[in-house]
Design a protein around this ligand. Structure first.
Ligand code: FES
Length: 139
C-alpha cells in the first residue's frame, strides 16, 4: 500500500510480517509501572517527533544484559521496534548493546515505513539511557 504525502512523494505504509508479529505479540513488555524483577538500569525518553514515551529497564550481570523489559505510550512501530530490540540485547555485552542503532533495529524488522523510522529511535535512546543509568549508579 502506498499514499502520496503533502509534498507529492509516494509513501510506503506496508508493515513487514516481523513488525506485525512483534506488534501483536510484544516480547518482554512490562504491563505494570515497573518490572516485577530486580533491575539495575532504567532509561526513559520522549519523542520530539510525536510526543510518545518509552521506558526500558535492564538487569546487568557480569557485564551482560540478563533481562530487559520495556513499556511505551507509542505506536505500533515503536512497540515492534522495542520488542525486537529487547530480544536482540538479552545476553549481549553492554559495550555491544550500546552500539546498536535504529538502522540495526529496522533491518531486523525487515524494514519500516519511512515516516515511522523515528519510532525505532525511541527504544534505542531509552536503552542508551538505561545503560548510562547502570554505569552511573550500579556499576
Ligand atoms: Fe510516536 Fe511512532 S508515532 S513512536
Amino acid at each position: 500500500m502506498s499514499n502520496i504525502d503533502v509534498k507529492g512523494n509516494k509513501q510506503n505504509w506496508m508493515y513487514s510480517d516481523i513488525v506485525k508479529d512483534h506488534f501483536f505479540n510484544p516480547r518482554n513488555i512490562v504491563e505494570k509501572d515497573s518490572p516485577n524483577w530486580v533491575y539495575n538500569g532504567m532509561g526513559e525518553v520522549g519523542s520530539p517527533a510525536c510526543g510518545d514515551v518509552m521506558k526500558i529497564w535492564i538487569l546487568v550481570e557480569d557485564n551482560r544484559i540478563k533481562k530487559c523489559g520495556w513499556k511505551t505510550f507509542g505506536c505500533a512501530s515503536a512497540i515492534a521496534s522495542t520488542s525486537i530490540l529487547s530480544e536482540m540485547i538479552i545476553g549481549m555485552e553492554i559495550e555491544r548493546a550500546e552500539k546498536i542503532g535504529p538502522g540495526d533495529i529496522v533491518e531486523k524488522l525487515g524494514g519500516l515505513p519511512d515516516n515511522k523510522i523515528h519510532c525505532s529511535v525511541l527504544g534505542d535512546q531509552a536503552l542508551r539511557k538505561a545503560i548510562i543509568n547502570f554505569k552511573e549508579e550500579y556499576a
